[in-house]
Design a protein around this ligand. Structure first.
Ligand code: MN
Length: 202
């Protein structure tokens, strides 16, 4: 099934929370800029470049897998930010995965703490702008990858489950240059039910 449904015109993703619900991990101001301006621009640019591109009617994943240049950059950023914004919920201390996704993380990384440490380290060490991802391969085995700029694990045949955006626009208003502190705080707003659905749904 396509990650994102569309009818030839891409839409802003529907979210189960409001602009101020993720604070203080992500402030309302950061949300308004990141979702309301950055993502809106990627959606608008993708819709503007789609006619005549040869990618009309393709799924967003197919566009990301097969395109290059401006259409790839905008399609990648629409896919990445949709997965990013739809994985959040209001903050809670001690927030952690349960059930199938917990078992898969423990199996691949030893424990949730070891997984978090590796994921944060790969986010901190990514040079420049990009994304750190948890993905599953065709056998369901989990892996962490760094993807630069607008890239997404679907270009490597992986199924994306969870992502942290490490572009400066994701954290600079709230954390200035302290990327590591921002990444550490994000664990409190992950909706693990959403991540688990991405793993188990065909
Ligand atoms: Mn972003």
């Amino acid at each position: 099934m396509a990650i994102i449904q569309h009818d030839g015109k891409f839409q802003m993703p529907q979210l189960a929370y409001s602009a101020n619900d993720l604070a203080p991990v992500i402030s309302g101001e950061t949300f308004e800029y990141h979702y309301g301006k950055h993502l809106q621009a990627y959606v608008n640019n993708l819709n503007a470049t789609l006619p005549g591109s040869g990618f009309e009617g393709k799924t967003l994943e197919e566009i990301v897998q097969k395109s290059s240049g401006g259409i790839f950059n905008n399609a990648g950023q629409v896919l990445n930010h949709t997965l990013y914004f739809q994985q959040f919920k209001a903050p809670s201390e001690g927030n952690a995965p349960t059930g199938i996704i917990e078992a898969a993380i423990n199996s691949a990384f030893g424990s949730f703490d070891e997984f978090k440490a590796e994921f944060e380290a790969k986010g901190v060490s990514l040079f420049g702008s990009g994304w750190v991802w948890l993905s599953a391969d065709k056998q369901g085995k989990l892996a962490i990858t760094q993807n630069v700029n607008a890239d997404n694990p679907v270009t490597a045949g992986l199924r994306p489950l969870l992502t942290f955006d490490v572009w400066e626009h994701a954290y600079y208003i709230d954390y200035r240059n302290a990327r590591a502190n921002h990444l550490k705080a994000l664990w409190n707003i992950i909706d693990w039910n959403v991540v688990e659905k991405r793993l188990v749904e065909k």
